[in-house]
Design a protein around this ligand. Structure first.
Ligand code: TK8
Length: 359
C-alpha cells in the first residue's frame, strides 16, 4: 500500500515538473486507469508529458510473460512507427480491469482497447456464447478459417450495437483442466471438484453437467482463490497455466482440450468514431498484423508450456474414448443454450466448422 502511494506521488511530481507550472498543457496522459502501477510500457514517457499525442491504452488480463502481451507490444510498435498521432500504452495482469469491466469501460469511452476472451462478451451479446459450446473446434487451423471468414465478420458486426468495434481475432487457445485434488482421466474424476470458470453461463452449465461444482470468477482473482483453496481447480490454455505459475498452487493437469477461446481485439466505438479514416486504417491493420504474430507465438508457446508443465505437475492424458464420453455428457448444454445464443447462429457456426473440416 505504501509502495503504491509513493509511486502515485512520484507520478504526480513528474507530471507537475513536466507542466512546468505553466498550465495550458494537456491533462496528464499518465492516467493508467487509477491504481495501475506507473512503470508500464510507455507510462514513463507519458508521465513526462508527450505533447499532443493521443494516448491509446491496451488492457490485457494476463501477465507480461504471455504471447498476448508480446503481441500488444508489437501492435504498439506498428502503430507508433507509422504515425506520431498516438502513444500506445500496454497494460497487463488486469492492471486496468478484468475482461468484463474493461468491456464496460470501452462502452463508456473510458478505455480504448481490451484484448478479451470471447466468453465474458456473452454477458453483453448472447450470440458470443457460440464460442463457449464445448468440443466444437478441435484444431487451430479450423479456428483461423472460421474467424477470418464470413462467420467472424458477422460476429464482429454484432458488436456495434454494444458500443464496441472488433478489429481482429487473436488467440487465447484450447483450454485444459488443472486441479489440486486428484488426477482427472475420466468424467467421474470430476465429481464434486470446485472449478473456477469464466463468468459465462455455458461454461458453468458444461461443468455442472460433467459433475463438477463450478463457480464463476474474474481471472484477476483466480490465483488467490487457488492458493487459498476457495477453488480446487480451473481451466485455461497451457501458456496461461504455465506463465502464470499455476504449478505453485495446482498439482494435476489433464489435456481436456474442451473448448477453444478466441481473444477479441476490441476498440471503444465512441473513441473510434473520433479518429480519422487514416488513423483507423493504421490501427486496424496493426491489430490484424499483431494478431497473426499473436497466433503464431501462442501456438509455439503452448507446446513449450506443455513440456514445462509435464515436469512441474502430474500430467494425465485423456484417451480418445474418454474424450468422447466428456463430449457426450455435455451435449445437453448445446441443446439447452441453442435458443438463448440464437439457433441460426449456432447452426451457422456448426455448419461452417463441418464445411471447414470436410465433415
Ligand atoms: C485474461 C482472460 C483469461 C481467460 C480466463 O484476461 O478468464 O480464464 O482465459 O485468460 O481472458
Amino acid at each position: 500500500m505504501k509502495v503504491k502511494l509513493v509511486s502515485v506521488l512520484m507520478v504526480l511530481v513528474l507530471f507537475l515538473a513536466a507542466c512546468g507550472g505553466g498550465g495550458g498543457n494537456e491533462p496528464a496522459p499518465a492516467d493508467n486507469g487509477g491504481d495501475a502501477p506507473a512503470e508500464t510500457e510507455g507510462g514513463e514517457e507519458a508521465a513526462a508529458g508527450s505533447g499532443d499525442k493521443r494516448v491509446i491504452r491496451v488492457s490485457n488480463g494476463i501477465n507480461d510473460q504471455h504471447p498476448a502481451y508480446e503481441a500488444s507490444l508489437r501492435f504498439k510498435e506498428l502503430v507508433e512507427e507509422q504515425t506520431d498521432d498516438f502513444e500506445v500504452q500496454v497494460y497487463h495482469s488486469g492492471q486496468i480491469a478484468d475482461d468484463r469491466s474493461a468491456i464496460e469501460m470501452l462502452q463508456l469511452g473510458t478505455l480504448e482497447i481490451v484484448v478479451t476472451s470471447s466468453s465474458p462478451l456473452a454477458n453483453f451479446l448472447p450470440e458470443y456464447g457460440v464460442f463457449d459450446l464445448p468440443f466444437t473446434i478441435s484444431d487451430p487451423a479450423v479456428a483461423d478459417e472460421l474467424l477470418d471468414g464470413p462467420f467472424g465478420e458477422k460476429m464482429f458486426g454484432l458488436l456495434e450495437s454494444q458500443g464496441l468495434v472488433g478489429l481482429a481475432w487473436w488467440e487465447n487457445g484450447f483450454r485444459n483442466l488443472t486441479n489440486s485434488v486428484r488426477p482427472v482421466a475420466s468424467v467421474e474424476d470430476l465429481n464434486g471438484l470446485k472449478i473456477r470458470t469464466m463468468e459465462n453461463e455455458i461454461h458453468l452449465d458444461a461443468w455442472r453437467e460433467m459433475g463438477a461444482n463450478p463457480t464463476p470468477m474474474a481471472f484477476t482473482e483466480l490465483f488467490t482463490a487457488m492458493q487459498q483453496g476457495t477453488v480446487d481447480g480451473q481451466e485455461n490454455p497451457y501458456p496461461t497455466i504455465d506463465l502464470s505459475q499455476y504449478a505453485e498452487v495446482q498439482e494435476h493437469i489433464s489435456d481436456t482440450n474442451h473448448v477453444y477461446t478466441p481473444f477479441l481485439f476490441l476498440f471503444s466505438k465512441s473513441i473510434w468514431d473520433e479518429l480519422s479514416a487514416d488513423q483507423q486504417t493504421i490501427i486496424h491493420e496493426a491489430a490484424i498484423e499483431a494478431g497473426l504474430f499473436n497466433r503464431e507465438r501462442n501456438r509455439e508457446v503452448a507446446d513449450e508450456s506443455l513440456e514445462r508443465l509435464k515436469e512441474s505437475m502430474t500430467f494425465t492424458e485423456i484417451t480418445d474414448e474418454e474424450r468422447a464420453r466428456f463430449q457426450e455428457v455435455v451435449q445437453p448444454v448445446i441443446e439447452k443454450h441453442k435458443d438463448s445464443i440464437g439457433a441460426e447462429i449456432v447452426d451457422e457456426y456448426l455448419n461452417t466448422i463441418s464445411e471447414i473440416t470436410g465433415g
